[in-house]
Design a protein around this ligand. Structure first.
Ligand SMILES: Nc1ncnc2c1ncn2[C@@H]1O[C@H](COP(=O)(O)OP(=O)(O)O)[C@@H](O)[C@H]1O
Ligand SMILES: [Mg+2]
Length: 255
Protein backbone atom coordinates (compact mmCIF):
# COMPACT_ATOMS: atom_id res chain seq x y z
CA UNK A 1 0.00 0.00 0.00
CA UNK A 2 1.14 3.49 -0.73
CA UNK A 3 2.20 5.27 2.43
CA UNK A 4 1.65 8.70 0.94
CA UNK A 5 -2.03 8.10 0.16
CA UNK A 6 -1.54 8.13 -3.58
CA UNK A 7 -4.22 6.19 -5.39
CA UNK A 8 -2.55 6.57 -8.76
CA UNK A 9 1.00 7.15 -9.90
CA UNK A 10 1.72 8.20 -13.46
CA UNK A 11 5.39 7.52 -14.11
CA UNK A 12 7.03 9.32 -17.02
CA UNK A 13 4.38 8.57 -19.60
CA UNK A 14 5.22 9.27 -23.23
CA UNK A 15 2.95 8.48 -26.15
CA UNK A 16 4.11 8.70 -29.71
CA UNK A 17 1.59 8.49 -32.58
CA UNK A 18 3.45 8.09 -35.89
CA UNK A 19 6.33 10.31 -34.80
CA UNK A 20 4.13 12.87 -33.02
CA UNK A 21 4.42 12.99 -29.22
CA UNK A 22 0.92 13.43 -27.76
CA UNK A 23 2.47 13.12 -24.29
CA UNK A 24 6.09 13.59 -23.24
CA UNK A 25 7.40 12.29 -19.89
CA UNK A 26 4.26 13.14 -17.94
CA UNK A 27 4.81 12.37 -14.29
CA UNK A 28 2.28 13.02 -11.54
CA UNK A 29 0.27 11.34 -8.82
CA UNK A 30 -3.32 11.48 -7.67
CA UNK A 31 -4.23 11.43 -3.99
CA UNK A 32 -7.06 9.34 -2.60
CA UNK A 33 -10.44 11.07 -2.09
CA UNK A 34 -9.50 14.20 -4.00
CA UNK A 35 -10.99 15.85 -7.06
CA UNK A 36 -8.03 16.09 -9.42
CA UNK A 37 -8.44 18.15 -12.58
CA UNK A 38 -6.42 17.92 -15.77
CA UNK A 39 -6.77 21.11 -17.77
CA UNK A 40 -5.05 22.60 -20.79
CA UNK A 41 -5.76 23.88 -24.30
CA UNK A 42 -7.18 21.64 -27.01
CA UNK A 43 -4.66 19.06 -28.11
CA UNK A 44 -2.74 19.25 -24.81
CA UNK A 45 -3.05 15.49 -24.38
CA UNK A 46 -5.74 15.31 -21.68
CA UNK A 47 -7.93 12.68 -23.30
CA UNK A 48 -4.84 10.72 -24.30
CA UNK A 49 -3.79 10.64 -20.65
CA UNK A 50 -7.18 9.22 -19.59
CA UNK A 51 -6.84 6.67 -22.40
CA UNK A 52 -3.47 5.68 -20.94
CA UNK A 53 -4.82 5.37 -17.39
CA UNK A 54 -7.66 3.10 -18.45
CA UNK A 55 -5.36 1.18 -20.82
CA UNK A 56 -7.27 2.05 -23.95
CA UNK A 57 -3.95 3.28 -25.34
CA UNK A 58 -0.57 1.71 -24.62
CA UNK A 59 2.14 4.27 -23.83
CA UNK A 60 5.40 4.32 -25.77
CA UNK A 61 7.14 4.41 -22.39
CA UNK A 62 6.22 4.81 -18.74
CA UNK A 63 3.78 3.09 -16.40
CA UNK A 64 0.61 3.83 -14.46
CA UNK A 65 0.29 2.17 -11.07
CA UNK A 66 -2.97 1.96 -9.14
CA UNK A 67 -2.84 1.63 -5.35
CA UNK A 68 -6.12 0.04 -4.21
CA UNK A 69 -7.18 0.67 -0.64
CA UNK A 70 -6.84 -2.85 0.72
CA UNK A 71 -4.86 -4.68 -1.90
CA UNK A 72 -1.43 -4.80 -3.46
CA UNK A 73 -0.60 -2.19 -6.13
CA UNK A 74 -1.81 -2.95 -9.63
CA UNK A 75 0.06 -2.02 -12.78
CA UNK A 76 -2.64 -0.69 -15.12
CA UNK A 77 -0.31 -0.28 -18.09
CA UNK A 78 -0.61 -3.32 -20.33
CA UNK A 79 -3.81 -4.59 -18.72
CA UNK A 80 -6.96 -5.34 -20.67
CA UNK A 81 -9.33 -2.38 -20.68
CA UNK A 82 -12.31 -4.35 -19.27
CA UNK A 83 -10.17 -5.70 -16.44
CA UNK A 84 -9.36 -2.21 -15.26
CA UNK A 85 -13.04 -1.54 -14.63
CA UNK A 86 -13.28 -4.65 -12.47
CA UNK A 87 -10.17 -3.49 -10.60
CA UNK A 88 -12.09 -0.39 -9.54
CA UNK A 89 -11.23 2.28 -12.08
CA UNK A 90 -14.29 3.54 -13.93
CA UNK A 91 -14.58 5.97 -16.77
CA UNK A 92 -17.42 8.03 -18.10
CA UNK A 93 -17.07 9.01 -21.72
CA UNK A 94 -18.07 12.33 -23.16
CA UNK A 95 -21.13 11.06 -25.00
CA UNK A 96 -23.84 9.72 -22.67
CA UNK A 97 -24.38 6.01 -23.14
CA UNK A 98 -27.58 5.37 -21.25
CA UNK A 99 -30.34 3.20 -22.72
CA UNK A 100 -32.91 5.79 -23.74
CA UNK A 101 -35.83 3.39 -23.90
CA UNK A 102 -35.30 2.06 -20.38
CA UNK A 103 -36.22 3.92 -17.23
CA UNK A 104 -33.64 5.54 -15.00
CA UNK A 105 -34.05 2.72 -12.49
CA UNK A 106 -33.68 0.04 -15.18
CA UNK A 107 -30.47 1.66 -16.39
CA UNK A 108 -29.22 1.47 -12.82
CA UNK A 109 -30.18 -2.22 -12.59
CA UNK A 110 -28.18 -2.88 -15.73
CA UNK A 111 -25.17 -1.30 -14.18
CA UNK A 112 -25.19 -3.42 -11.03
CA UNK A 113 -22.29 -5.75 -10.66
CA UNK A 114 -22.87 -9.33 -11.70
CA UNK A 115 -25.55 -8.63 -14.25
CA UNK A 116 -24.62 -10.33 -17.47
CA UNK A 117 -27.06 -9.27 -20.13
CA UNK A 118 -29.98 -6.96 -20.59
CA UNK A 119 -32.68 -9.61 -20.35
CA UNK A 120 -31.01 -11.29 -17.43
CA UNK A 121 -30.74 -8.10 -15.46
CA UNK A 122 -34.12 -6.61 -16.15
CA UNK A 123 -36.12 -9.75 -15.67
CA UNK A 124 -34.13 -11.05 -12.76
CA UNK A 125 -35.61 -10.01 -9.45
CA UNK A 126 -33.29 -7.63 -7.73
CA UNK A 127 -32.79 -7.90 -4.01
CA UNK A 128 -34.05 -5.41 -1.46
CA UNK A 129 -30.46 -4.38 -0.74
CA UNK A 130 -29.78 -3.74 -4.40
CA UNK A 131 -32.96 -1.73 -4.73
CA UNK A 132 -32.01 0.39 -1.73
CA UNK A 133 -28.52 0.85 -3.09
CA UNK A 134 -29.96 2.09 -6.38
CA UNK A 135 -32.32 4.44 -4.63
CA UNK A 136 -29.62 5.82 -2.34
CA UNK A 137 -27.24 6.37 -5.26
CA UNK A 138 -29.90 8.14 -7.32
CA UNK A 139 -30.58 10.36 -4.36
CA UNK A 140 -26.90 11.35 -4.17
CA UNK A 141 -26.97 12.64 -7.73
CA UNK A 142 -30.38 14.26 -7.28
CA UNK A 143 -32.32 11.86 -9.51
CA UNK A 144 -34.38 9.92 -6.99
CA UNK A 145 -37.69 11.26 -8.21
CA UNK A 146 -36.66 10.46 -11.79
CA UNK A 147 -36.37 6.70 -11.16
CA UNK A 148 -39.53 5.68 -13.10
CA UNK A 149 -38.89 8.06 -16.01
CA UNK A 150 -37.60 6.93 -19.40
CA UNK A 151 -33.91 7.88 -19.59
CA UNK A 152 -34.50 9.30 -23.08
CA UNK A 153 -36.70 12.02 -21.65
CA UNK A 154 -34.12 13.26 -19.16
CA UNK A 155 -32.47 16.63 -19.70
CA UNK A 156 -28.86 16.55 -20.94
CA UNK A 157 -27.44 17.24 -17.49
CA UNK A 158 -29.60 14.61 -15.86
CA UNK A 159 -28.32 12.00 -18.32
CA UNK A 160 -24.76 12.83 -17.29
CA UNK A 161 -25.68 12.50 -13.61
CA UNK A 162 -27.37 9.17 -14.32
CA UNK A 163 -24.14 7.95 -15.87
CA UNK A 164 -22.19 9.06 -12.84
CA UNK A 165 -24.70 7.22 -10.64
CA UNK A 166 -24.34 4.08 -12.80
CA UNK A 167 -20.58 4.25 -12.33
CA UNK A 168 -20.93 4.69 -8.58
CA UNK A 169 -22.91 1.46 -8.34
CA UNK A 170 -19.77 -0.41 -9.36
CA UNK A 171 -18.12 0.98 -6.23
CA UNK A 172 -15.08 2.31 -8.09
CA UNK A 173 -12.06 3.60 -6.21
CA UNK A 174 -11.40 6.02 -9.05
CA UNK A 175 -13.92 7.60 -11.37
CA UNK A 176 -12.71 9.44 -14.47
CA UNK A 177 -14.83 12.04 -16.23
CA UNK A 178 -13.94 13.58 -19.58
CA UNK A 179 -15.62 16.99 -19.79
CA UNK A 180 -18.66 16.16 -17.66
CA UNK A 181 -20.02 19.71 -17.92
CA UNK A 182 -19.79 19.91 -21.73
CA UNK A 183 -23.06 21.22 -23.13
CA UNK A 184 -24.37 22.17 -19.70
CA UNK A 185 -25.60 25.58 -18.62
CA UNK A 186 -24.30 27.32 -15.49
CA UNK A 187 -26.82 25.86 -12.99
CA UNK A 188 -26.30 22.30 -14.25
CA UNK A 189 -22.53 22.73 -14.23
CA UNK A 190 -22.65 23.99 -10.67
CA UNK A 191 -24.79 21.07 -9.61
CA UNK A 192 -22.33 18.67 -11.28
CA UNK A 193 -19.57 20.21 -9.17
CA UNK A 194 -21.63 19.71 -6.02
CA UNK A 195 -22.21 16.06 -6.99
CA UNK A 196 -18.47 15.52 -7.42
CA UNK A 197 -17.81 17.05 -4.00
CA UNK A 198 -20.44 14.75 -2.55
CA UNK A 199 -18.94 11.58 -4.03
CA UNK A 200 -15.26 12.25 -3.34
CA UNK A 201 -15.64 10.93 0.20
CA UNK A 202 -16.09 7.51 -1.37
CA UNK A 203 -13.88 7.61 -4.41
CA UNK A 204 -11.21 9.64 -6.13
CA UNK A 205 -12.46 11.80 -8.97
CA UNK A 206 -10.30 12.58 -12.01
CA UNK A 207 -11.80 15.23 -14.27
CA UNK A 208 -10.95 16.89 -17.55
CA UNK A 209 -12.72 20.20 -17.93
CA UNK A 210 -12.54 23.57 -19.65
CA UNK A 211 -14.92 25.62 -17.53
CA UNK A 212 -12.73 27.55 -15.08
CA UNK A 213 -15.61 28.36 -12.74
CA UNK A 214 -16.24 24.65 -12.45
CA UNK A 215 -12.55 24.01 -11.73
CA UNK A 216 -12.56 26.76 -9.05
CA UNK A 217 -15.71 25.34 -7.50
CA UNK A 218 -14.46 21.87 -6.81
CA UNK A 219 -10.81 21.15 -7.70
CA UNK A 220 -8.48 19.99 -4.93
CA UNK A 221 -5.53 19.67 -7.30
CA UNK A 222 -5.08 20.95 -10.83
CA UNK A 223 -2.55 19.62 -13.32
CA UNK A 224 -2.00 21.77 -16.39
CA UNK A 225 -0.94 20.07 -19.59
CA UNK A 226 0.34 21.92 -22.61
CA UNK A 227 1.51 20.35 -25.86
CA UNK A 228 1.79 16.98 -24.20
CA UNK A 229 3.90 18.19 -21.30
CA UNK A 230 3.11 18.88 -17.68
CA UNK A 231 3.26 22.65 -17.35
CA UNK A 232 2.48 23.06 -13.66
CA UNK A 233 0.48 21.54 -10.88
CA UNK A 234 -1.00 22.64 -7.56
CA UNK A 235 -4.06 24.19 -5.96
CA UNK A 236 -6.46 26.22 -8.10
CA UNK A 237 -5.08 29.52 -6.82
CA UNK A 238 -1.45 28.45 -7.36
CA UNK A 239 -2.17 27.39 -10.90
CA UNK A 240 -4.19 30.48 -11.76
CA UNK A 241 -1.43 32.73 -10.42
CA UNK A 242 1.17 31.00 -12.58
CA UNK A 243 2.38 33.27 -15.37
CA UNK A 244 3.05 30.47 -17.85
CA UNK A 245 -0.47 29.14 -17.29
CA UNK A 246 -1.92 32.58 -17.90
CA UNK A 247 0.07 32.82 -21.10
CA UNK A 248 -0.66 29.45 -22.65
CA UNK A 249 -3.97 28.45 -21.15
CA UNK A 250 -5.91 31.56 -20.39
CA UNK A 251 -4.62 33.18 -23.55
CA UNK A 252 -3.25 36.30 -21.84
CA UNK A 253 -0.11 37.37 -23.59
CA UNK A 254 -0.20 34.03 -25.34
CA UNK A 255 -2.47 33.28 -28.30
N1 LIG B 1 -4.95 7.97 -32.02
C1 LIG B 1 -4.28 9.07 -32.33
N2 LIG B 1 -3.47 9.10 -33.42
C2 LIG B 1 -2.78 10.21 -33.73
N3 LIG B 1 -2.82 11.35 -33.04
C3 LIG B 1 -3.62 11.40 -31.96
C4 LIG B 1 -4.39 10.27 -31.54
N4 LIG B 1 -5.09 10.63 -30.42
C5 LIG B 1 -4.74 11.90 -30.17
N5 LIG B 1 -3.87 12.36 -31.08
C6 LIG B 1 -3.27 13.71 -31.09
O1 LIG B 1 -2.67 13.92 -29.83
C7 LIG B 1 -2.86 15.26 -29.40
C8 LIG B 1 -3.53 15.27 -28.06
O2 LIG B 1 -4.90 14.89 -28.21
P1 LIG B 1 -5.92 14.79 -27.01
O3 LIG B 1 -5.35 13.92 -25.97
O4 LIG B 1 -7.23 14.39 -27.58
O5 LIG B 1 -5.96 16.29 -26.50
P2 LIG B 1 -6.99 17.03 -25.52
O6 LIG B 1 -7.93 16.01 -24.95
O7 LIG B 1 -6.13 17.68 -24.49
O8 LIG B 1 -7.70 18.04 -26.37
C9 LIG B 1 -3.66 15.95 -30.48
O9 LIG B 1 -2.75 16.67 -31.29
C10 LIG B 1 -4.30 14.83 -31.24
O10 LIG B 1 -4.51 15.17 -32.57
MG1 LIG C 1 -10.05 15.78 -25.02
Amino acid sequence: MSANQNVLEINSISVCFDGFYALTEVKTSVKRNTIHFFIGPNGAGKTTLLDIICAKTLPTSGTVIFYPKDREPVRLTGMKEYKIVTEGVGRKFQVPSVFVNLTVEENMMLSLKGHKGIADSIFRRISKDEKENISRTLERVGLKDRAPIRAGSLAHGEKQWLEIAMQLLQKPEIIMLDEPAAGMGKPETFRTGEILKEIKSECTVIVIEHDMDFVKQCADVVTVLHEGKLLTEGSVSDVLADKTVQAVYLGRGGE
